[in-house]
Design a binder for this molecule. Structure first.
Ligand code: 5GP
Length: 113
């Protein structure tokens, strides 16, 4: 059996974490270890391990994740001040959870990358 990701465990309520947004395909939580005042993870309910595993079938899903992110940015009043959307993939990007997720980071002046 394929091991469950921490995000699947959160979705299944096996791990405690407030779900701050949810629809049929996507949910969002606050990052447990925030790097900025706003640090939200937008996560597909469908487990896709890394960005490398996306297929054309996922086009709409990924697009919806971006729309959810920008709506959350507006709801947190950081749409005008600015924010960063980030996907980490594999070792060099320090991906730690192998279930894709979009980081929404903002609420402060971010360092350049
Ligand atoms: P990655 O480095 O894979 O792009 O990001 C994984 C993120 O998930 C990290 O920022 C980490 O803090 C967050 N994270 C890991 N475990 C948990 C958890 O149990 N709850 C929450 N809310 N976030 C988590």
């Amino acid at each position: 059996m394929v091991e469950k990701s921490v995000f699947e465990m959160i979705l299944n309520k096996e791990i405690e974490s407030e779900i701050i947004y949810e629809d049929e395909e996507i949910f969002a939580i606050n990052d447990i270890n925030p790097v900025a005042p706003v640090h939200i993870l937008i996560i597909p309910k469908k487990k896709v391990a890394t960005m490398n595993d996306l297929t054309e079938e996922d086009e709409l899903l990924v697009g919806k994740m971006v729309i959810v992110a920008k709506n959350l940015a507006k709801s947190r009043n950081i749409d005008e001040s600015g924010y960063r959307l980030l996907w980490n993939t594999n070792k060099d990007a320090m991906q730690t959870v192998f279930h894709i997720h979009l980081h929404l980071i903002g609420g402060t002046m971010l360092k350049g990358i």
